[in-house]
Each structure stands twice: as C-alpha cells, then as structure tokens.
Design a protein around this ligand. Structure first.
Ligand code: PLP
Length: 242
C-alpha cells in the first residue's frame, strides 16, 4: 500500500489503558464481574503501526469489517503475536465464507440462511468450527443487516439445528442516534430466552452504557486507535499492507 498521508500520532497504549479502566469502572458501577466483558479492539482502516502498538500493549482480541483488509494484515501478525482472537464484525458476503472461516476465530454477523449454510459448509470442509454470533437488527432499519428481532428465535434455532453452528451470542449495531440502553436490553432479552451468553453491543461512544445493560463484548475502535484515516481504496486481493 502506498504511504498514506501522515496519520496523527496516537498513544494507543495509553488509550487502551483508559478504555480498560472505563470498563472496570462501568462493571463496578453495575455490579458486574469484569471477567464477563471482552474488549474487541476494532482495527478497520487503521494504520499497521497502531495495531502493532495495541498488540505490544497486550491486546489480543480484535475486530475487522472487511475480509480483504483482514487477509492483508492478520496472517503475518498472528505469526508474530501468539494468542490473537479475530472477530468478523462487518457484513459478510456468502462468496467470502471460505476466506472468512480461514481468517477469523469468530463470525459475529450471521444474519441469513444462505450465509449460515455457506459458513457451515466451509467449517466442515476446513474442519474448523468457529463460534458465531447472530446479528439482530434491533433498530428495525430496513437498509441494515441483521435478522428482525421477531425472527431471531427461529433463525437461531435453524442455525443450530439445520446448520449445526455453534451460536455463542447475539450482535447488534443500533442506529447511531439512539440510546444503546434499549437496544442492549432487547438483545439481552432475546439472548436469555435462547440460552445465549454472548451480547456484542457498545462502541466507543456508548460502551459503558452497553455494559450497564448487559453487554459481554464491546467493540471499540476510535477510543483506542484514534480517528480512522480516510479510506483510500480497498487493498488489492493478496497484497500486503506493509
Ligand atoms: C467500526 C465499528 C465499530 C467501532 O466503532 P468506534 O466508534 O470506532 O468505536 C464497532 N462495531 C462495528 C460493527 C463497526 O463497524
């Protein structure tokens, strides 16, 4: 990738410490055990130096939105930093299921039968069973990904029974302008009645509220890495970003 315009220097290690401290404080205030919370560092579109700074500071759980971008950076980082856990949190096309199963450890954006089927087939083929989250469109936004809340129970059941997927939790991306509290409570309610423990919701601007209302996985990008530099173009397939 061409050298992008100088990105602002960001103290990723300090930001990570601050975010972790805020998670601890949110847990304390809510009477929750901090061990229940997984911090997912969302590294989409971030310069490699910032990601390495997070790894050096001990962060091991990351989220990416694009298969191509993840393919360009994570295999090499995994070889250098043991114990990485990579979550797919972006919209996933069925024809990228093979690469997604190879690259990621958790797929959080399962929201339709065709994708569930494609992932199940690839897991079988690669003999690599990943836990998945079902994405729920808690805001009922027509243009957004995710299964409708009223269709979630049936879809979760079919992911388990028809496709044999290990459903570990639910994920939602609520409308930006709405209070995350209601969406977290709804997600938690659907999770509870389906016997699911994972609740992935809460981003940089609202993760403390999400924790208060039951989130177990918070997906934090800019609060750790700083603002995302403007995206120039998708990295070409197979090219390295170093
Ligand atoms: C980008 C992104 C995040 C992180 O957002 P920030 O506001 O940078 O914390 C979380 N979840 C999803 C699905 C995202 O696409």
């Amino acid at each position: 990738m061409a050298i992008a315009e100088q990105a602002e220097p960001v103290d990723v290690a300090a930001n990570l410490r601050a975010v972790r401290a805020r998670i601890l404080e949110a847990c304390r205030a809510a009477g929750r055990d901090p061990a229940e919370i997984t911090l997912i560092a969302v590294s989409k579109a971030q310069p490699p130096a910032r990601i390495e700074a997070a790894l050096t500071a001990g962060q091991r759980v990351f989220g990416e939105n694009y298969v191509q971008e993840a393919a360009a950076r994570w295999p090499e980082l995994r070889a250098r930093f043991p114990g990485i856990e990579l979550h797919m949190i972006g919209a996933l096309q069925t024809n990228k299921a093979r690469e997604a199963v190879r690259l990621f450890d958790v797929v959080q954006t399962v929201d339709r039968p065709k994708l569930a089927a494609a992932l199940a087939r690839e897991m079988e083929r690669q003999d690599r069973r990943l836990p998945v989250f079902v994405e729920v469109n808690t805001g009922g936004e027509p243009q957004k990904a995710g299964v409708a809340p009223e269709a979630a129970d049936a879809f979760i059941a079919s992911c388990r029974r028809e496709y044999g997927l290990e459903v570990a939790g639910l994920m939602a991306i609520p409308p930006a302008e709405e209070d995350v509290a209601l969406h977290t409570a709804l997600l938690a309610k659907i999770a509870r009645r389906n016997g699911l423990s994972g609740i992935s919701i809460g981003m940089s601007h609202d993760f403390e509220t999400a924790i208060r209302f039951g989130a177990t996985h918070v997906r934090v990008g800019t609060a750790i890495f700083g603002p995302r530099p403007p995206r120039r173009s998708q990295p070409a397939s197979g090219s390295s970003s170093s």
